[in-house]
Design a protein around this ligand. Sequence first.
Ligand code: ADP
Ligand code: MG
Length: 225
Amino acid sequence: MTNTALPGPPALEAREVRHGFGGHPVLHGVSLAVEPGEVVAVSGPSGSGKSTLLHLLGGLDTPQGGEVWWAGERVDLLDTQARARRRAGRIGLVFQHHYLLEDLSVLDNVRVPALLRGEGGSEARARALLERVGLLGRERDLPGVLSGGERQRVAVARALVTRPAVVLADEPTGSLDRANADRVAELLLGLAREQGAGVLLVTHDERQAARADRALHLLDGRIGV
Ligand SMILES: Nc1ncnc2c1ncn2[C@@H]1O[C@H](COP(=O)(O)OP(=O)(O)O)[C@@H](O)[C@H]1O
Ligand SMILES: [Mg+2]
């Protein structure tokens, strides 16, 4: 026995991922890894395939080639349902537009991923996260009365409610003004780091990319540094 722990598998890994649409290739073999607790930014021109890559890494779509691994488990070969079950609780997702459920209260929106996992006792956790994102007192509000920044803070709380090992964020501050963008990015990355989650942050915004531990660039379907 030794005191030196062997490094575990990456929280998230892509191996030579290839994908395209209608015969038009978008990703030509993308490989990357995100370690637990690490924040990796991916930037690249519009249309370069950032969202496509994020969907494949999150198991929302199946790559045409290559492999996707979550915490040492290969998931691209699983069928859609099995992958959705694995994703629940392991992967938190934040998009540019929050996709909150407009008929549910702020509190229930945050609880949805936990409830889908059968974690009925998630209410205290959801309230604690709402406090951290500055929305305590707004639990009963419907999303429609919130500002854009507030909605995106709800989306951040929702992404973290199950303590996922990985957070995938696609332009999470893209629709916000600078002050709100900074606040949302700070909350997202701060909370994820506290929980030891790996983060893949897709962003156009150099200010937000500069918050990452490592920055990658997607160009011509490949990843470079
Ligand atoms: N569902 C889809 N069907 C057809 N083409 C798509 C689809 N999703 C993305 N594309 C195309 O793939 C390319 C990359 O898109 P996307 O991943 O959204 O880029 P980015 O997020 O970097 O702006 C674009 O040319 C886009 O039109
Ligand atoms: Mg995109």
